[in-house]
Design a protein around this ligand. Sequence first.
Ligand code: PNS
Length: 188
Amino acid sequence: MQGIAIYPGSFDPPTNGHLDLIERGAKIFEELVVAILRNSEKSPMFSVSERLEMLRELTASLKNVRIDTFNGLTVEYAKSIDATCILRGIRAISDYEYELQMALMNRKLEPTLETVFMMPADKYSYVSSRLVREVAQAGGPVKGLVPEVVEQKLREKVDPAYRFHDEPREITREAPAEREIKKRKKRA
Ligand code: PNS
């Protein structure tokens, strides 16, 4: 077991790929701190507290995993909690260039911190938060790409009325906007 590591990211939303990496990291490090970036420039789908809550629920059974949030530089946050490693996932060659750039920049900023790359299971190699958001927002199915609790939250985000349904229902391929147009046409 290798000291404290941080797994920084946006996690908007957490996917099965993230969870797979967290489980792998938890086997290697004494403590793994999943760190959600708070001051991201992107306008997120889920608030930081929603992401924090989802990740806490998803990792509740992993005793050496902790979820936190941070502002500013990853290396500064890592140092503040005495982490010695930054964990990041690489799914495909396309990730490599960006990840290499980040790892080298982080090394320049703090030479004592190592970045460790791990590969998630190949069945998640195409899964990204961005694509999950895109599919869900267009009313497509995200089953198997994200944990069930995230699937549920995505449904509620895309269609707030879903929260009031007791029975799970299939996510419809019809985008909410199209549904609304049909409803209005019916009413007219
Ligand atoms: O999940 P993401 O969006 O790929 O995560 C990117 C993240 C949060 C790891 C990266 O943007 C980051 O470390 N941001 C903090 C600012 C920072 O330290 N920048 C310099 C390192 S390149």
